[in-house]
Design a protein around this ligand. Structure first.
Ligand code: ADP
Length: 387
């Protein structure tokens, strides 16, 4: 990490450079107008966001570029990433209005997968689809599911990356048994780590595991932005993004700033009943990200001695709830000691026991997810509605 003094000095110089960029209405500059948020300076790597009125839409892109170029010229800056975010409180175009404007009738009251991303969510070059794996709360097996889903997508022949965006508790390095630090490419990007055919990036690689990580909302976004955009992902069919648990501001901001094609929600049967999953669902709908469906984890129990299956929670409830929430039910993964043991050993079940029924279950989920991402007809890019 950069020393505090070094960080502050560079931060001041960065802000000064940004003060040279006028606000779109020419009334003052972007810093004094409070449009620059979440500035993070670390080892010469700079990230920040520019809050714009969503009605500015693509017209704000030159502003973003100009800001990036201005910062890039500051001595001591190694890399710079600026993202556009929708200015809070400004009127948002409602998803329903897009659907009506294009005469589409959808079975689900949500955006459809495969659509172009909204303005401000600049796509990541070379990455075809980014999907989030989210959960209403921690401990439901979200990371275990994200890792096995990524491996299952890879096992059906796709080029897959895994971004551990759970920066509060990055567990992907442990789940995949990866140690060491990523290298820097000649283009000053980070080279993702590679394991089991996946390209992997995690805050856990760059920050020691015992470092207390107290991230304020905007800093979370900049950290994610750096993991997403300053990594040389190369060509990927799908990048699986393991989000932090919960549905708070941090998750909402991330869902807004990452160009997501869709989201998968992991839930245990009891949480599905306890509306946690519903909160996750609503969060993505709010930011117009299609929910690809719900995965029920720890769905039923398989006895490791006799293989007997016990439905600890009444079976079928999750499926019914998913129907009620008008979202696809992607499948159920049992509570099984093999899943936990292989995770803890850094050898996830999809690679260590490829013929097991659990691997088949993950693969079935992966196939559904991929079908949803690719089968949907491409919707026209969301229209900017001038109100
Ligand atoms: P989260 O990311 O939601 O906090 P984790 O993926 O870290 O949850 O899982 C929490 C614990 O539950 C881990 O010890 C993991 O091995 C275990 N676990 C997750 N899914 C299963 C499952 N289907 N069967 C058995 N253990 C599981």
């Amino acid at each position: 990490m950069a020393s505090v003094t070094e960080g502050q000095t560079l931060e001041a110089r960065v802000l000064e450079a940004l003060r040279a960029i006028p606000a779109p209405d020419r009334n003052g500059d972007i810093v004094s107008r409070g449009m620059v948020t979440g500035l993070v300076v670390k080892d010469g790597n700079v990230g920040f966001s520019i809050e714009v009125d969503p009605r500015e839409g693509p017209r704000a892109e030159p502003l973003r570029k100009a800001a990036e170029q201005a910062v890039d010229r500051v001595s001591g800056v190694l890399s710079v990433t600026a993202v556009l975010t929708a200015h809070r409180g400004a009127p948002q175009a409602k998803p329903a209005e897009h659907a009506h404007a294009h005469g589409h009738a959808h079975a689900h009251p949500q955006a459809q997968p495969g659509q172009k991303t909204a303005p401000g969510r600049t796509p990541v070059a070379g990455v075809q689809h980014i999907i989030a794996v989210a959960s209403g709360k921690g401990g439901v097996g979200k990371s275990t599911t994200a890792v096995n889903l990524a491996l299952a997508l890879s096992s059906i022949g796709l080029k897959v990356g895994l971004l551990d965006a759970d920066i509060y508790g990055p567990s992907v390095p442990r789940l995949l048994g990866i140690t060491g630090k990523p290298e820097t490419t000649p283009e000053k990007k980070l080279a993702p780590m590679q394991k089991y055919g996946l390209k992997v990036m995690s805050m856990g690689f760059v920050v020691a595991e015992d470092t207390p990580m107290i991230w304020r909302g905007p800093m979370v976004m900049s950290a994610i932005t750096q993991l997403l955009r300053e990594v040389d992902w190369g060509q990927l069919d799908v990048l699986v993004c393991d989000l932090p648990p919960g549905t708070g501001d941090a998750q909402l901001t991330m869902a807004q700033s990452v160009p997501l094609s869709g989201a998968v929600i992991v839930s245990t049967p009891q949480d599905i009943a306890l509306i946690d999953a519903r909160k996750g669902l609503n969060m993505f709908r709010k930011v117009d990200v299609p929910v690809l469906g719900i995965i029920e984890n720890m769905s039923y129990f398989i006895c490791s001695h006799c293989g007997h299956r016990t439905d600890i929670f009444s079976h079928g409830g999750a499926h019914r709830e998913a129907d009620r929430m008008e979202t696809p039910f992607l499948g159920e993964i049992p509570l099984d000691i093999q899943i936990r043991e292989t995770s803890d050993a850094g050898t996830p079940i999809v690679v260590s026991l490829p013929e097991s029924p659990h691997t088949a279950a993950y693969r079935a989920v992966a196939e559904q997810v991929w079908r949803q991402l690719t089968d949907q007809p491409l919707r026209p890019a969301p229209r900017i509605v001038i109100q």
